[in-house]
Write a protein that binds this ligand. Structure first.
Ligand SMILES: Cc1cc2nc3c(=O)[nH]c(=O)nc-3n(C[C@H](O)[C@H](O)[C@H](O)COP(=O)(O)O)c2cc1C
Length: 446
């Protein structure tokens, strides 16, 4: 039976927008690296496949008027964080986000191949085009490019990345002292990429890394996001509000793979999941309600405004949800949120409370048995290959997950009881990719 894959989505004090106001939250996590070591150690205790950090390229992460209510404004840069965590961890995959709108593929290829070497095959990069348009203003641009243009760049970016990671055959460095031959010429491959957006000579000045190439993650759910993932990604993060939405997404993604000559197992689908768990339902609900009470209405309305792409700040939170159109440029979740609000006949407060906890990801509150019932239902019915766990608050909610949910998953045979293999690819049961040059050589020999 296949095993469920689990990722930990880290965020300084937690994913609930009011997490930092809770008395137990690690309120200093923005500047205290020890808090991340603590998260990583708990994640390894829970035998997680990987930990993942998102990224923004601006401090302006919500509507300006509510920015001072937000903990996610100034924090440690994620790639630095993942490198620093390497010696403190042994097993867990170290994955973080880089933007194809502001980075260069040569730099990203070097950084993640190097992290793969120093971590013994545990690195991964989440490729995003960056939804927050304000980021462009920090990168000498007047405005963010439109989403189709950003995805066009992302597509070429990932091709270059993969091309560069194939620069060296694994056995290129013969290091023959006798003949003074450090590497063999025919095992070095110069990319010479000349595309619309990038010109990259190559080869990469980093050797082939332990995983063949670092794991590529993608997190967009639009048509272009799905295509990019199907073509090149190893993992796709999702955000689905129900098993039906998750099943549609899962089937669609897996179906696309064949067009790119890939097998269904080559791309793992991990929707986000927020869990509030306790030995009894009453305790779990009380923990959840406690965090909900801490949301300042200005912050809740600001959060909604950014996620919906419509300014609802200053409105009465207790009036019914106004009739608004989905804004595609802010992402696929805008439409999903509006549909849900309409279906449930929610007020603005009810909508922001629902999304404040998990930002549009699936939300479960209950006992370990109740939580695992749903996780099992999704896993066994074509909705996912595992989950990207998004704890509402660190450290409490993540520790509860590891202490209560993981043993229940194991008892049902859904999850590993010890780490297998050594690399992130081993754990995710992903094939080691063959270099394009090795592939060409093999087919020429046939
Ligand atoms: C789990 C998860 C993590 C994400 N991490 C980031 C991130 O770190 N930075 C970012 O700009 N966007 C991030 N996104 C947003 C997506 O990359 C994408 O930009 C967004 O979903 C809009 O694209 P779409 O319309 O293709 O869905 C994340 C999305 C998900 C589901």
């Amino acid at each position: 039976m296949p095993e469920m894959k689990l990722g930990l989505f880290v965020r300084p004090t937690g994913h609930h927008i009011a997490s930092w106001r809770h008395p137990n939250a690690h309120i200093d996590a923005n500047v205290n690296f020890d808090r991340y070591i603590d998260m990583a150690k708990t994640a390894e205790r829970g035998l997680f496949d990987m930990m993942f950090s998102a990224d923004t390229n601006t401090a302006w992460t919500t509507v300006d008027s509510a920015l001072n209510r937000q903990h996610y404004t100034a924090w440690i840069e994620p790639y630095t964080l993942m490198c620093a965590l390497t010696p403190h961890t042994k097993h867990i995959g170290l994955v973080c986000t880089r933007s194809t709108s502001f980075d260069q593929p040569y730099s990203i290829a070097r950084m993640f191949a190097s992290l793969d070497i120093v971590s013994g095959g545990r690195s991964g990069v989440n490729i995003v085009t960056t939804g927050n348009g304000r980021s462009a203003l920090n990168y000498s641009q007047d405005a963010h490019l439109a989403k189709p243009d950003r995805y066009e760049i992302a597509d070429e970016f990932v091709d270059v990345l993969i091309g560069l990671w194939d620069s060296w055959d694994a056995d290129a460095f013969v290091q023959d002292r006798e003949t003074s031959t450090f590497f063999e010429w025919d095992k070095m491959h110069t990319l010479n990429h000349k595309g619309k957006h990038f010109q990259v000579e190559g080869p990469l000045n980093v050797a082939r890394s332990p995983q063949g190439r670092p794991v590529i993650v993608q997190a967009g759910a639009s048509e272009q996001g799905r295509e990019l993932a199907a073509k090149s990604a190893d993992v796709i993060f999702g955000a689905s509000q129900s098993i039906e939405i998750a099943q549609e997404f899962y089937a669609d993604i897996k179906k696309r793979l064949a067009r790119f000559g890939r097998q269904p197992g080559d791309l793992k689908v991990l929707p986000g999941l927020s869990v509030t768990v306790a030995p009894t339902m009453e305790e779990a609900q009380a923990k959840f309600d406690e965090l909900q009470e801490l949301i300042h209405p200005d912050h809740g309305l600001a959060f909604l405004s950014r996620r919906l792409g419509h300014d609802v700040t200053g409105m009465d939170p207790d009036v019914p949800m106004p009739d608004l159109e989905a804004v595609d440029d802010v992402g696929t979740r805008s439409g999903q949120m509006l549909d849900l609000a309409k279906r449930e006949k929610w007020t603005l407060r009810q909508l922001y409370q629902h999304f404040a906890a998990a930002r549009g990801h699936m939300l479960l509150i209950g006992t370990p048995e109740m939580v695992v019932d749903t996780m099992q239902e999704w896993f066994e019915n074509g909705a996912c290959d595992g989950f990207n766990i998004i704890p509402s608050m660190f450290p409490d909610e993540f520790e509860s997950f590891v202490d209560l949910v993981v043993p229940e998953l194991q008892a049902r045979g859904l999850y590993r009881t010890e780490y297998e293999g050594t690399t992130l690819r081993d754990r995710l049961e992903l094939p080691v990719p063959e270099s394009q040059y090795a592939k060409a050589k093999a087919s020429a020999a046939e």
